[in-house]
Ligand binder design. Structure first.
Ligand SMILES: [Zn+2]
Length: 203
């Protein structure tokens, strides 16, 4: 082995956009504050410290601002760059949930997941076994993007942050409520995947 081997140039094993999704929170992003929402007037939003790439990434959960920007602006979950209508995918068989039936009896599929470029999903799935299930069963994002909504409950794992907020209501995340047509498609795809013995999110 060469004596002048420079280990400083060793790339980090945590490459954002490859084995670490852009949306993932990092260990140095653990402080929170409140800000007025730009998208939903009169609402406060929880603001999380931003230092992606510093410290250690968490592969569970999503950074609050990156989640909201991803869902609102169709930024790729994996690389953070904009997706175009021709290359914008969701994974609704394993992510998101169905809302209780509306007055018209229709069930709506709702998702807090930013979309993904196809190549990004495939790369992440190949490099990280943890992401294999999350990126199973890609479905093209519908041409009607549904309605952008906000969530006041803290996501799983952030309950203590919600409990310590100086206000009772603040927006943590965004989600999209999809059209009845896309919701029916998701219902069909989940039933089909379950019948084939695949893991499916609970309806
Ligand atoms: Zn991407």
């Amino acid at each position: 082995m060469s004596a002048d081997l420079n280990t400083d140039v060793e790339p980090s094993i945590y490459r954002i956009g490859e084995i670490v999704p852009w949306v993932s929170p990092w260990s140095t992003e653990g402080s929170f504050s409140l800000v007025l929402s730009q998208r939903f007037p009169d609402q406060l939003e929880v603001l999380q410290a931003e230092a992606p790439g510093v410290g250690v990434p968490a592969l569970k959960g999503m950074h609050l601002q990156r989640q909201r920007a991803g869902v609102a602006d169709h930024l790729c979950h994996v690389c953070g760059k904009p997706t175009t209508p021709g290359d914008r995918f969701l994974f609704p068989v394993v992510t998101g949930n169905f809302l209780p039936p509306a007055a018209d009896g229709q069930r709506r599929y709702a998702s807090p997941m930013p979309p993904t470029h196809m190549a990004c999903a495939q790369r992440a799935q190949k490099l990280c076994p943890h992401l294999r299930l999350s990126f199973a069963h890609p479905v093209r994002f519908p041409s009607d993007p549904g309605k952008l909504r906000f969530e006041l409950h803290p996501p799983r794992g952030m309950e203590a942050i919600g409990a310590n907020m100086p206000v009772t209501e603040a927006i943590f995340s965004y989600y999209r409520v999809h059209t009845p047509g896309f919701s029916r498609l998701v219902e069909r795809l989940r039933a089909q995947a379950a019948a084939e013995g695949h893991t499916v999110a609970p309806n």
